[in-house]
Design a protein around this ligand. Structure first.
Ligand code: ZN
Length: 288
């Protein structure tokens, strides 16, 4: 199987412009003012449809890899009140050498997704695997993009990043966690480096750029920005950083607030689809 060595995590998810992020921050604060969400509401089960784009046997994914991937996602998102399910009978295999190598935001990606989308993006997650090349491990679309371009919604993963894949040190399924983080509205923790508003989440202090590998806990604060609050640590274990799979262990409470605001604003049909408790207009325990 021909694969190129992976020399550092690279995520293809595009950065929003600072203007778009400002607008998003405004929308979120308005949403929080206008919507009361009770603690009990913060639970959703998201149906996942795996769409494996392959070239013959190249890119094939086993049942065990799928179940392991779902387990990794469920473990990572447990603190966010989010879990995932999939149905083995509904796995889609697309054998197409051209689509297998689709580039990020390419015409091929659009064709592949338009022809093979397996679930209405309002009600579930289209999870594609392929071999996009360019050193990218994966990418995602953001929640606010779904309405205007539903065909493109979902995550695309380099197939070797699935648990048991050959893409060490990125083969434990954490790339999917990272990309689904974007799909639920999270930015990189190193967004904007030290020059901007960062990821707009208070408990993920800004740092100057991605951390790679397994940065030592003893060498904090690493590349934390100078204006970080005293006593802060660089979020070297955050799923939205670029460290190795086995170094990623956390989402924060602030990230949970962001994810649920984004679900409320743009993906609320997930709640209905999963028959989860609806966002309440008069919840007793308001979390923000
Ligand atoms: Zn990313």
């Amino acid at each position: 199987m021909a694969t190129q060595p992976i020399l550092g995590r690279r995520c293809g998810t595009h950065d929003l412009s600072s203007g778009d992020r400002l607008r998003m921050a405004d929308m979120e604060s308005r949403f929080r003012e206008q919507t009361r969400i009770s603690e009990a509401d913060l639970s959703v089960i998201i149906p996942v449809k795996f769409i494996h784009v392959v070239d013959g046997q190249d890119g094939a994914i086993t049942t065990g890899q799928r179940t392991d991937q779902i387990e990794v996602m469920n473990s990572a998102f447990a603190t966010q009140g989010i879990s995932f399910v999939y149905d083995e009978d509904e796995v889609v295999i697309v054998d197409d050498a051209q689509f297998f190598r689709m580039g990020h935001r390419s015409l091929r990606e659009r064709q592949c997704k338009s022809q093979n989308q397996a679930v209405d993006p309002q009600t579930g997650l289209n999870f594609y695997t392929a071999a996009p090349g360019g050193g990218l491990l994966g990418w995602a679309t953001f929640p606010h993009e779904m309405d205007g371009d539903p065909d493109m919604d979902g995550v695309v993963m380099l197939h070797t990043t699935m648990p048991g894949g050959i893409g060490a040190p990125y083969n434990l399924g954490l790339t999917a966690v990272h990309e689904i983080g974007h799909w639920l509205g999270l930015y990189h923790t190193f967004q904007d480096g030290c020059f901007g508003s960062g990821d707009e989440i208070d408990d993920t202090p800004s740092h100057s750029g991605p951390n790679f590998g397994k940065p030592s806990d003893d060498e904090q604060p690493h590349n934390l920005c100078p204006d970080a609050p005293a006593g802060s640590s660089c979020p070297i274990h955050n799923y939205m950083n670029y460290v190795d799979d086995d170094w990623m262990t956390e989402f924060t409470a602030g990230q949970k607030d962001r994810v649920w605001a984004q679900i409320g604003m743009f993906r609320s049909q997930l709640l209905e689809a999963a028959e989860a408790t609806r966002i309440s207009e008069s919840g007793a325990a308001v979390i923000w």
